[in-house]
Ligand binder design. Structure first.
Ligand code: FAD
Ligand code: FES
Length: 258
């Protein structure tokens, strides 16, 4: 079940010049939320921007009745959102998405994320780490773009952090380190979210090596609830389409075209 509520911002932190972390208070949403789901946020009461903006749930704090999300300022909507302060109220719809990360039966998990795609992977790692061995691979362009290193290292048995230019962590692409480790031991499942080239590389590698993989997709969205058909992705098992908002955003990587 999802809710549309006016909720209070209870914490705000600026992680980078254009990246912000907010916590909102909502008992119903915190109770229902699953790792991989997202929120549709109305950034103000005016008609402009009219559409809500989709942002992933980063952390679920059931005890505190709070949800955290992290976002990068991209355009008008996120710019307005970034100006909100603790105590302000915003209209939030969620938790949305039928497809959340499925991890309960897996004992050995690889998580791979790139850039701002790492945000929805954190709650997955946090929950899955209670019962599974987690290796996390995070890729960034350079040292200035590195985020959430401490958070992920606390919920991972092993964290491999890479930068494309070698300015921090391991040099190169995160996927290459994952491939190398898989030669020694295949994980039960790979979970991925990030830029398209990374996701395509994960898809091809998983298919070639017969490894189950799940992906969280980010398509441009209109309604966020399956009405406008704006977020369609081709279903690889039929002639039809799936919708990221309604059927995803998490899919089995082999099921959708991207
Ligand atoms: C399911 C889902 C989860 C998301 N989770 C997060 C998150 O946790 N943190 C975060 O920072 N962002 C996330 N996004 C992306 C975020 O929704 C967009 O950056 C935001 O809507 C941009 O709104 P805006 O008004 O600021 O920019 P706009 O003025 O609408 O667009 C500015 C620029 O951003 C690009 N853009 C807009 N939406 C997307 C999109 N969905 N994917 C790629 N490029 C886009 C546009 O092409 C344009 O170049 C998510 C998107 C989806 C669909
Ligand atoms: S955003 Fe409207 S159907 Fe998905």
């Amino acid at each position: 079940m999802s809710f549309s509520r006016s909720v209070e911002i209870v914490a705000k932190e600026q992680l980078k010049s254009n990246i912000f972390k907010f916590a909102i208070k909502s008992e119903e949403m915190a109770k229902e939320a699953l790792p991989g789901q997202f929120l549709e946020i109305r950034v103000n009461d005016n008609l402009e921007p009219f559409l809500r903006r989709p942002i992933s749930i980063h952390k679920i704090e059931k005890q505190k009745n709070e949800l955290e999300f992290i976002f990068q300022v991209r355009g008008k909507g996120t710019e307005i959102l970034a100006q909100k302060q603790v105590g302000d109220k915003i209209s939030v719809m969620g938790p949305l998405g039928k497809g959340s990360f499925q991890f309960e039966n897996h004992k050995d998990i690889a998580i791979i994320g790139g850039g701002i795609g790492i945000f929805p992977l954190y709650e997955l790692a946090r929950q899955a780490s209670k019962n599974a061995n987690i290796t996390t691979y995070l890729g960034f362009r350079s040292k200035d773009f590195v985020l959430l290193e401490d958070e992920f290292s606390k919920v991972s048995n092993q964290l491999v952090l890479t930068t494309d230019d070698g300015s921090y962590g391991q040099n190169g692409f995160a996927i290459d380190y994952l491939k190398e480790d898989c030669k020694k031991k295949k994980p039960d499942c790979i979970y991925a979210c990030g830029p398209l080239p990374m996701l395509k590389a994960v898809r091809d590698f998983a298919a070639q090596n017969n490894i189950h993989a799940q992906v969280s997709l980010e398509e441009r969205m209109g309604c966020g609830i399956g009405i406008c058909l704006g977020c369609a992705v081709k279903d690889r098992n039929s002639e039809g389409y799936k919708h990221v908002c309604k059927d995803g955003p998490v899919f089995d990587i082999a099921d959708v075209e991207f």
